[in-house]
Design a protein around this ligand. Structure first.
Ligand code: UDP
Length: 368
C-alpha cells in the first residue's frame, strides 16, 4: 500500500491507501532520513512493499514525498507507506513482515548531542522493538550500526575484529554506546532466540538529501561554499574520514540484507581524505571563493577513520564505485537546488564545475 499514516498512539491520525499485496514486505525504521530514504527508493524500485517508520525528528517528509505519490505501487514497483511514529515507544506493524531494517537514530553529531536521551532510547528500546518485530515474524533483521563503534581507533584501517576505543562517559558516548549496545542486543537475540540478524557498520556517507543544516562535514562545507560563507574546519583539519556516496552505501546494505551473513560488516569507502583536503576539494569543484576558518576540534573527535572492507568484498562481493569528486559534484548540484543558489558556487567568479542533474533521484546505482 502506498500512503501515509501516523501511529494512532502518537498523533491520533491514520490513513492508508489501497494495497498491492503478494510481495516482499520490508519495514524500514528511520526510512525518512538521509540514508533511510535512499534505501526506501531502492527497495520500492526493486518491487518491495515498504513500511517506513519515522518520527521525523531528524528525518524529513520531503525525503519520501515522491514515494507517497499515487503512481508509486504501479507498474511493477513496490509500494510505500509512511508511518509517523517513534520506534522507541513501540513498533506495531500489521500484516506480514519479511525484513526489518533498523536505521532510526540521529546520526549527525550536532543532532545526537542535542538529543542525548532520545539517541540512547532509540539505540536501546528502539532496537529491542525492531528485533522483537523481526523475531515475531521470522523476518531478517538488519541493524544500521556505525563506524563510531570503533571510537577514536587505535587500529588503522578499522577491521571488524577490532573492538574499538570509545570513551563511555564522553559526549559522543550517547551515540557510540547506544550503537554498541544495539549490536550486543542484536547478537543476543540471534543467540538466544535464533533471530536472523545482520549488522552493518556504516562509515561516513554523503549524497543528495544531506540537509544543509545537518552539521556534518560534507553538508556544512558544501552549503558554506555555495553561499560564500567561510568553510569551518574543526581543529587543524588533519583528522581523516573516508566518505562513501549514498548509492554505494545503499547497495552494500542491500547486498548484506540479501545474504545469509550476520556480520558485522563494514560498509564504507576506503578512500581516506583529511578534512583540510576535503575543504580544498569542495572549494575547487564549486569554484567558491569562500575562506577557510578554523574552529575548535569537538571533544573526542576521532583522529583517523578508514574502513577495511575486505570482509564486504569477500562475503558480499560489494565495493563502492563512486569516486569522491564525482559524488561531491552530485551532492553539490542537489544542495544548490535546495538552497536556491547557482550550482557554480558563491564566489565572485561563479566559475564552479558543478553540473546540474545529479540530484536526488532514486538510489540503487553502484550495485555489486
Ligand atoms: N568537521 C569540520 N567542520 C565542520 C563539520 C565537521 O571540520 O563544519 C569535522 C569533524 O570535526 C570531524 C569530521 O569533520 O573530524 C567529520 O565530522 P562529521 O560531523 O561529518 O561526522 P563524524 O565522522 O565526526 O561523525
Amino acid at each position: 500500500m502506498t500512503g501515509e499514516r501516523h501511529r494512532a498512539a502518537v498523533t491520533g491520525e491514520r490513513h492508508r491507501a489501497a494495497g498491492t499485496g503478494g510481495r516482499r514486505r520490508v519495514v524500514v525504521t528511520g526510512g525518512a532520513g538521509f540514508v533511510g530514504s535512499h534505501l526506501c527508493d531502492a527497495l520500492v524500485a526493486r518491487g518491495d512493499d515498504v513500511v517506513c517508520l519515522d518520527d521525523l525528528s531528524s528525518g524529513n517528509r520531503a525525503n519520501v514525498a515522491h514515494l507517497l505519490e499515487p503512481s508509486v505501487g504501479a507498474g511493477g514497483r513496490g509500494s510505500f507507506e509512511l508511518v509517523v511514529a517513534d520506534v522507541s515507544a513501540g513498533l506495531a506493524v500489521d500484516g506480514p513482515v519479511d525484513a526489518v531494517l533498523h536505521l532510526a537514530s540521529p546520526a549527525s553529531p550536532p543532532d545526537y548531542l542535542r538529543r542525548p536521551l532520545q539517541t540512547l532510547a532509540v539505540g536501546s528500546e528502539g532496537t529491542r522493538h525492531a528485533l522483537e518485530l523481526a523475531g515475531g515474524h521470522g523476518a531478517r533483521f538488519l541493524l544500521a550500526s556505525t563506524s563510531e563503534v570503533y571510537g577514536d581507533p587505535g587500529v588503522h584501517p578499522q577491521h571488524e575484529e577490532y573492538w574499538g576505543n570509545v570513551n563511555p562517559v564522553g559526549p559522543r558516548s550517547v551515540y557510540d554506546e547506544a550503537k554498541r549496545f544495539a549490536e550486543a542486543l542484536t547478537m543476543a537475540h540471534a543467540r538466544t532466540r535464533g533471530t536472523d540478524v545482520a549488522i552493518a557498520r556504516i562509515f561516513n556517507t554523503y549524497g543528495p538529501r544531506l540537509r544543509p543544516g545537518d552539521g556534518r562535514v560534507v553538508s556544512n562545507f558544501l552549503a558554506q561554499a555555495l553561499t560564500g560563507a567561510p568553510l569551518t574546519v574543526y581543529g587543524d583539519g588533519s583528522q581523516t574520514r573516508s566518505l562513501c556516496y549514498v548509492d554505494d552505501t545503499v547497495a552494500g546494505l542491500l547486498a548484506l540484507l540479501g545474504s545469509a551473513e550476520r556480520g558485522p560488516v563494514n560498509i564504507g569507502n576506503p578512500a581516506e581524505t583529511s578534512v583540510a583536503d576535503l575543504a580544498r576539494r569542495v572549494l575547487a569543484l564549486t569554484g567558491s571563493a569562500s575562506a577557510i576558518e578554523h574552529r575548535p576540534l569537538p571533544e573526542d573527535d576521532p583522529t583517523r577513520r578508514c574502513p577495511d572492507i575486505g570482509r564486504a568484498r569477500a562475503v558480499l562481493g560489494w565495493a563502492p564505485s563512486v569516486p569522491l569528486d564525482e559524488g561531491l559534484r552530485r551532492c553539490a548540484a542537489w544542495m544548490a537546488a535546495e538552497l536556491g543558489v547557482p550550482a557554480g558556487g558563491g564566489g565572485p567568479d561563479g566559475g564552479g564545475r558543478v553540473s546540474a542533474g545529479g540530484g536526488g533521484g532514486p538510489a540503487g546505482g553502484g550495485a555489486p
